[in-house]
Design a protein around this ligand. Sequence first.
Ligand code: CAA
Ligand code: NAD
Length: 286
Amino acid sequence: MLKIEKIGVIGGGTMGSGIAQVFAMAGYPVLVQDLAEPALDRARKTVETSLSRLVKKGTLTEAKAAQAMALIATTTVFDLMDDRDLVIEAIVEKVEIKTELLKRLDGICRHDAVFASNTSSISLTELAAASAHPGRVIGMHFFNPVPMMQLVEIIRALQTTDAVSDAVTDLTLAIGKTPRVSKDSYGFIVNRLLAPQINEAINCVYEGLATAEDIDSMMKLGANHPMGPLALGDLIGLDVVLNIMETLYQGFDDPKYRASPLLKQMVAAGYLGRKTGKGFAEYHQR
Ligand code: CAA
Ligand code: NAD
């Protein structure tokens, strides 16, 4: 049985900060690595804000929040990942950048370390093929906002071993999340359904059918969604949504996954949603 105690998270953005938080809340020491200090400062601030929301709500004591914060260390030094039992990457959704990272991890980590990708859509089999130890690569797909969302989609590459899959499933349960396994494909289950819906909502704006606000309100009032698809696109990050659509389009080679021209323009303009302060709505900068 694989023992997973020390966690590494690469990329401290929207997802990496939330992933670090939920592991720390469950008592695991976490090391978060990002390219530069400002990104790590933002990650720590995001975790602090989220923990204090939970304390305010009464679901977490101040002492537990402080304990969780103390379990999170941050660094810009990649090689410090060398003592981790599990490294979860939450960097940009580009296959060539993720495969490069996996190769670098091979060079520094122990032979029995597990590498999980939080990819939204990229084939795990393709990622695993880039590693010298493909059996140790697996998808561990968290949802945004990580502290609030129950599901972790576990994606087995063709190469993933049973031992790694079992260990990651047990770990997901140990941090209080619900694992559900998907075979490898593009977008797996949730994003294959969700991203085209967001993309189609963007096409509705592009065609001038209704305002973004009205489209969101229709999906909340008419389909009981907790938030509308455009607000959700802003929460996820429109660059991430575009990357998912491109992976689905190229992976399945099917025009039904074509990205909305407006989605491409929003990304080109830097209107990425909450993280840049502007998407289909405007936000205070975090
Ligand atoms: N940390 C801690 N608490 C948080 C939080 C965070 N990051 N975000 C929200 N909350 C808490 C709030 O404090 C609030 O608590 P109370 O109700 O007890 O006061 C509660 O969550 C609800 O928050 P809000 O009142 O601010 O807003 P809301 O009712 O709209 O809920 C939401 C926010 C949980 C995000 C909800 O709107 C929701 O579930 N939206 C859908 C999210 C979703 O679909 N996520 C999946 C995206 S797809 C993905 O992640 C995969 C991918 O690869 C792209
Ligand atoms: P983000 O842009 O918020 O954060 C990415 C972080 O990774 C940034 O801080 C960046 O500086 C850092 N980074 C980039 N390259 C790096 C490298 N080589 N080494 C170290 N750090 C690096 O992105 P995000 O939204 O957190 O998405 C991260 C991953 O999670 C993507 O694969 C995305 O598809 C996936 N994902 C996103 C969501 C979402 O709702 N945003 C949900 C589930 C999965």
